[in-house]
Design a protein around this ligand. Structure first.
Ligand code: XUL
Ligand code: CO
Length: 437
């Protein structure tokens, strides 16, 4: 394979915690076995095409700063095809096995839908060839239904039927592309599926339309025999004032209300969780409890900034919670850890792409090791088990089995002294976590 684009960057190798080489892993050791699986099997790391290849690092106050010497900044298909070589060199050198894309990341939006579809098909052929050559896999594909001005008032929730149809057309082409590439999943993130003001919005109709669009996608998926997992990705706002897929609980309720729960799992993103006023751990726990945790967009926010900063997931405490949840559900099936994360605007050199992903992978390796150590230690798990032990027998078991009645519980309470409850021991448990950090 050509290695023309990052000439100064070596293939990143594991050198261990003592290494001071910035282009080496200190903790991520792809083949190291933890709880019976290699690290690379646990994480299923994925790189986001939109951040690695297309994010120029602009912000609302200034243009992009990213140096991309391989990119002529044109909308030509040639430029798009050339980016594929750059991206696969990046995947090879970082040892990341999966990737994710939006249709418009990999191929340009051209003057007409049919030209855009043709461009996408050409790039997909090249992606297929590169996958074949390298063994890399598509974690999920998606359609960008939020950037073009036609979607300014929504895609599936647009008040305008022709916009709804355009969104459906883009989803069809993006599912076709994902199917052709053997994608393991397909994600729906509704950046504009929400509202700016209720004064111009028929919420009930918009929600029904969104559900209709997802049903149409499910029907199409079944028709063409695409077996990848559908995901819905919660986020409360930005760009919309309010997004309907606001958090995991809202998504689950929406899916249940519209009879979609069998066809979707959730793709949970850390910075979206915090924007929703939740911790990542909360969102993962809600999803996992519903048997609906499918995949993860790995990143983090900034405590001092109230928007979606999409920083690399370097917080070891959060990564420990993530990996505890993933290990607890028996690992990913179709999903993985997709770095939906971008460099800071100041980190504009190509080398920074490597530092960023190395940091995320190392920080997750530490999270995994700590999570595995906590599970082997067992004290936290045992504490939680004991905390609920009164439901294992007697009146508690009757509650869980459905044998209890309100009168029976009343008689039980009347016959007992005032309940004395033990401590929740939060600080002691936090101390145990810190013992392993
Ligand atoms: C936006 C976001 C998206 C989705 C895919 O905040 O997370 O990039 O992951 O559309
Ligand atoms: Co995301």
């Amino acid at each position: 394979m050509t290695e023309a684009f990052f000439p100064d960057i070596p293939k990143i190798q594991y050198e261990g915690p003592q290494s001071r080489n910035p282009f080496a892993f200190k903790h991520y050791n792809a083949d190291e076995v933890v709880e019976g699986k290699t690290m690379s099997e646990h994480f299923r790391f994925s790189a986001a095409y939109w951040h690695v290849m297309r994010n120029e690092l602009g912000d609302p106050f200034g243009p992009g700063t990213a140096l991309m010497p391989w990119d002529d900044r044109s909308d030509s298909v040639e430029n798009a095809l050339n980016r594929v070589d750059v991206f696969f060199e990046f995947l090879e050198k970082t040892g990341i096995d999966y990737y994710a894309f939006h249709d418009r990341d990999v191929a340009p939006e051209l003057g007409t839908l049919s030209k855009s579809n043709d461009a996408l098909a050409q790039v997909v052929d090249k992606l297929a060839a590169k996958q074949q050559e390298t063994g890399k896999q598509l974690l999920w594909g998606t359609a960008c239904l939020f950037a073009h001005p036609r979607y300014a008032q929504g895609a599936g929730t647009s008040p305008y039927a022709d916009v709804f149809a355009y969104a459906a057309a883009q989803i069809k082409a993006a599912i076709d592309a994902t199917h052709k590439l053997g994608g393991l999943g397909y994600t729906f993130w509704g950046g504009r599926e929400g509202y700016a003001t209720l004064w111009n919005t028929d919420m009930k109709r918009e929600l029904e339309h969104l559900a209709k669009l997802l049903h149409l996608a499910v029907d199409y998926k079944q028709k063409i025999g695409f077996e990848g997992q559908f995901y819905i990705e919660p986020k409360p706002r930005e760009p919309s004032t309010h997004q309907y897929d606001s958090d995991a609980a809202a998504c689950l309720n929406f899916l249940r209300e519209f009879d979609l729960l069998d066809h979707f799992k959730l793709n949970i993103e850390a910075n979206h969780a915090t924007l929703a006023g939740h911790s990542m751990y909360h969102e993962l726990t809600v999803s996992a409890a519903a048997g609906a945790l499918g995949s993860i967009d790995a990143n983090r926010g900034d405590e001092l900034i109230g928007w979606d900063t999409d920083q690399f997931p370097t917080d070891i405490y959060t990564n420990t919670e993530v990996m505890l949840t993933v290990l607890g559900m028996g690992g990913f099936t179709t999903g993985g850890l997709n770095f939906d994360a971008k460099r800071r605007r100041e980190s504009h050199e190509p080398a920074d792409l490597f530092h960023a992903h190395i940091g995320g992978m190392d920080a997750f390796a530490r999270g995994l090791k700590i999570a595995a150590a906590l599970r082997a230690d067992g004290r936290v798990e045992e504490f939680v088990k004991q905390r609920y032990a009164s439901f294992d027998s007697g009146i508690g078991a009757d509650v869980e089995s459905g044998a209890a009645t309100l009168e029976g519980l009343s008689n039980h309470a009347l016959s007992q002294p005032e309940p004395v409850i033990p401590s929740g021991r939060q600080e002691m448990l936090e101390n145990i976590i810190n013992e392993h950090l």
